[in-house]
Design a protein around this ligand. Structure first.
Ligand code: NAP
Length: 485
């Protein structure tokens, strides 16, 4: 059934099947980044409410894990349908709190539904093994079981789909969840509570708490009932959560920061590379973990690539995400704009040439001009730091070995892209790049069917693909003896 945006905009938390406030009554303001207006408030919960949510999830786990994979799949399919029936309302809600263009928000909500459907199916295929036994009278079984209660913490840049990648496999596997969405974009997270309730998930299977990140995070990581922490966000917070989870030896999955390189070789189709570059750089105004952070372009096509990327960048329509045709929304907050300004100033001081944009947009607030910086060099800060804004620094390189070395010269290892028409080079470069996600002649590669996740300090574990459910399962070995065979 179609619902309005307001139906999903809950100013309460979802704990044990009830919509509740913080014990203290404290609330957090939620601001629309395009208008800078407060659009509502959500509860500022802490440890006590989180503990209650964990206990509700633990109680629900005992019966949820016993439901059949088929019954869980049926509910997940209902959840998928509820998301798709309300795609427009959920997308508008997302734009209001996050700022991205409506077309991107519709895409994100569609992606959320696709993850749910994928895991509705994958949940029915969590096969174990029957292993040939070394003993004549014993048999060996290897079974997969849900890990238990999981704690999920998600960021503001994809407030709907980052939860889908966690709740989808968790619920399909038979786990129950306590989720904490980002404070700047809590409504798209709370909407999962509304959707789960209406799809008919039993009370306590899905719980959503908003509020103090450190208090909620501390309870989730320290409470022994929580058996897994799944986090998407910055590497810094991810490292803290790994350390804190060590106290009770929880499983952890971490989708952390990136510093994506985008290599263009002399033999590449430059038009195609520019098209891929725009998609890989400016989606969500540069605020995605897989957004290109550094372009490396070979000498022979450097000038042509810069010229064409400048043209494409200058054509991007900046505006409120709800306006028809907008391709670039505002940045999430003032701090994000200041960081982008600092990085542009640092590059200009070190010899970078601002050839498109370069400053705050005439629309004011947190709008920033899509920017291209030519003649970037390795001593500039964006060589090591995530920009998280609409800035394209373009470095030059001479040969393949140099390109791969520069691309790998970072602590991160999430996404990378390269363009070449040479098949041998495609394999050499692919095998040389230390990244978890590689686009060859493609700038957008995320899909529910494939495992998404980083190497090095970009994270641990995979989301999506058949691999994405593994982290929600424990493997048990059962030896059955005395069979008298
Ligand atoms: P963030 O500051 O790490 O916040 C992410 C989440 O962690 C939020 O819900 C935040 O809560 C919470 N948090 C902050 N401090 C915490 C603590 N001490 N204990 C527990 N939770 C805590 O990251 P962000 O700025 O929102 O997101 C941007 C980052 O996410 C970028 O680095 C980006 O690359 C990364 N990212 C990675 C992926 C991926 O799949 N690899 C996808 C998207 C984004 P509050 O909002 O309440 O502070």
């Amino acid at each position: 059934m179609l619902k309005k945006t307001s139906h999903f905009m809950r100013e309460a938390n979802f704990i044990g099947g009830s919509w509740v406030g913080a014990d203290s009554g404290a609330m957090i303001d939620v601001v629309n980044p395009a208008t800078r207006q407060t659009i509502g408030t959500v509860p500022k919960c802490g440890r006590t409410e989180t503990r209650r949510a964990i206990e509700a999830a633990e109680e629900a786990f005992h019966s949820w894990k016993k439901t059949s994979a088929n019954d869980r799949a049926k509910l997940l399919r209902k959840l998928h349908d509820a998301i798709m029936d309300n795609q427009e309302a959920l997308a508008e809600l997302l734009v209001m709190e996050q700022g991205k263009p409506l077309a991107e928000a519709r895409g994100e909500v569609g992606m959320s539904a696709a993850y749910v459907l994928w895991y509705a199916e994958e949940g029915r295929r969590t096969y174990g093994d029957v292993v040939p036994s070394p003993w004549a009278d014993r048999r060996i079984l290897v079974t997969k079981e849900p890990v238990g209660v999981i704690g999920a913490i998600t960021p503001w840049n994809f407030p709907s789909s980052m939860l889908a990648r966690k709740l989808g496999p968790a619920l399909a596997a038979g786990c129950t969840a306590v989720a904490k969405p980002a404070s700047q974009t809590p409504y798209s997270g709370l909407a999962w509570g509304v959707l789960a309730e209406e799809a008919g998930f039993p009370a306590g299977v899905v719980n959503i708490v908003t509020g103090s990140a450190s208090e909620i995070g501390d309870e989730l990581t320290e409470n022994p009932l929580v058996r897994k922490i799944t986090f998407t966000g910055s590497t810094e917070v991810g490292k803290t959560l790994i350390r804190k989870s060590a106290g009770t030896v929880k499983k952890v999955s971490m989708e952390l920061g990136g510093n994506a390189p985008f290599l263009v070789f002399d033999d590449a189709d430059v038009e195609r590379a520019v098209e891929g570059a725009v998609a890989a750089k400016y989606r969500n105004s540069g605020q995605t973990c897989v957004c290109t952070n550094r372009f490396f372009v070979q000498e022979g096509v450097y000038d042509r690539f810069v010229e064409k990327l400048v043209e494409a960048t200058e054509r991007l329509k900046v505006g409120s995400g709800l306006e028809e045709g907008t391709q670039q929304g505002p940045l999430i907050d003032e701090k994000a704009v200041e960081k982008v300004e600092e990085l542009v100033a640092d590059a200009a001081e070190k010899g970078g040439k601002v050839v498109a944009g370069g400053k705050r947009h005439a629309l004011g607030g947190t709008f920033f001009e899509p920017t291209v910086i030519a003649e970037a060099s390795p001593e500039m800060r964006f060589m090591q730091e995530e920009i998280f804004g609409p800035v394209s620094p373009i470095f030059r390189f001479n040969d393949e070995e140099e390109a791969v070395r520069l691309a790998n010269d970072t602590a991160f290892g999430l996404a990378c892209y390269f363009y070449t028409a040479d098949l041998g080079r495609a394999f050499r470069v692919m095998e040389g790049l230390r990244y978890g996600l590689i686009g060859v002649n493609e700038g957008i590669i995320t899909t529910v069917e494939a495992p998404f996740g980083g190497l090095k300090e970009s994270g641990l574990g995979k989301e999506g693909g058949h691999q994405g459910i593994e982290d929600y399962l424990d493997t048990k070995y059962v030896c059955i003896g005395g069979l008298g065979l």
